[in-house]
Write a protein that binds this ligand. Structure first.
Ligand code: ZN
Length: 257
């Protein structure tokens, strides 16, 4: 019995992960609720249930390996080559890349589906989740290392990988509940809300790509001190979570106006 559990756990740890972790998606959803207008909240909660954005925040990850949406695995990320120009990155929002993820196309398609039918339960759940993935730096990682999944690291002596560091380790290290974390980010960055809303999507996407590139460059330094990693990146992580929450609210306000 013990052996089976150990083997099961090993298989789980070996599985590549492709998403902000559960806490990150809940934080983003909670921030979105703070910035959705009343009409939007009413309609969204009618489809998803009260606080449904939070409740369903991780559903798309949970069904990723299921057969009900066999293609949805690719919707959570968009791999990008190193060294792209800003223009090349921005163009990907129009000329969707055909390899290494399908995030941009999926988001546009889901938004279009929702505009057609605002009560589309699955489209709303997917849209809310993947809107968050869009601002996770390692969801625009390199194809060759599966968005950092094959870059092995130690997080305070525990084996992990670069992708998981960004999806979970850095977030979980903070030790906040998702409500505390969301409130802290609203208090800290709330003044930037209007600026973030007014920033073109292309610019936010390019910015995320620049962060991804900086994260990869930091790996080259070979600094294995986890405390250094936290100090270097926690503000960047916090800001991306906030941007994701603001932009999710903005998109839903637009769809449900
Ligand atoms: Zn995801």
């Amino acid at each position: 019995m013990k052996k089976i559990i150990v083997i099961g756990l090993a298989a789980l740890l070996a599985m590549p992960m492709f998403a902000w972790g559960p806490e990150g998606h809940r934080v983003i959803a909670k921030i979105a609720y703070a910035y959705m207008n009343k009409k939007t909240i009413k309609q969204v909660d009618k489809v998803l249930g009260k606080s449904g954005l939070v409740f369903w925040a991780n559903w798309p990850d949970e069904i990723k390996s299921d057969t009900i949406y066999p293609n949805s695995f690719d919707w959570h990320f968009q791999d990008m080559d190193p060294g792209l120009t800003d223009e090349q990155v921005a163009n990907m929002l129009i000329d969707y890349p055909t390899v290494g993820g399908n995030m941009f196309r999926a988001l546009d398609s889901l938004a279009a589906l929702l505009k057609e039918d605002k009560t589309n339960f699955d489209a709303l759940r997917f849209f809310a989740h993947i809107s968050g993935d869009r601002y996770c730096p390692m969801h625009m990682g390199h194809l060759e290392d599966k968005g950092g999944n094959t870059i092995k690291l130690k997080w305070f002596h525990t084996p992990t990988n670069l992708h998981r560091v960004w999806d979970e380790n850095l977030i979980d290290y903070r030790g906040y509940s998702y409500t505390e974390y969301a409130q802290l980010l609203i208090d800290r960055f709330g003044d930037e809300r209007k600026t973030i809303e007014a920033t073109p999507l292309e610019e936010l996407t390019v910015n995320n790509y620049h962060i991804t590139s900086a994260v990869y460059a930091y790996q080259e330094l070979g600094d294995t001190n986890t405390y250094h990693y936290v100090y270097r990146w926690k503000d960047t992580l916090d800001h991306q979570l906030f941007v994701a929450g603001v932009r999710l609210a903005q998109s839903l306000n637009e769809i449900y106006k």
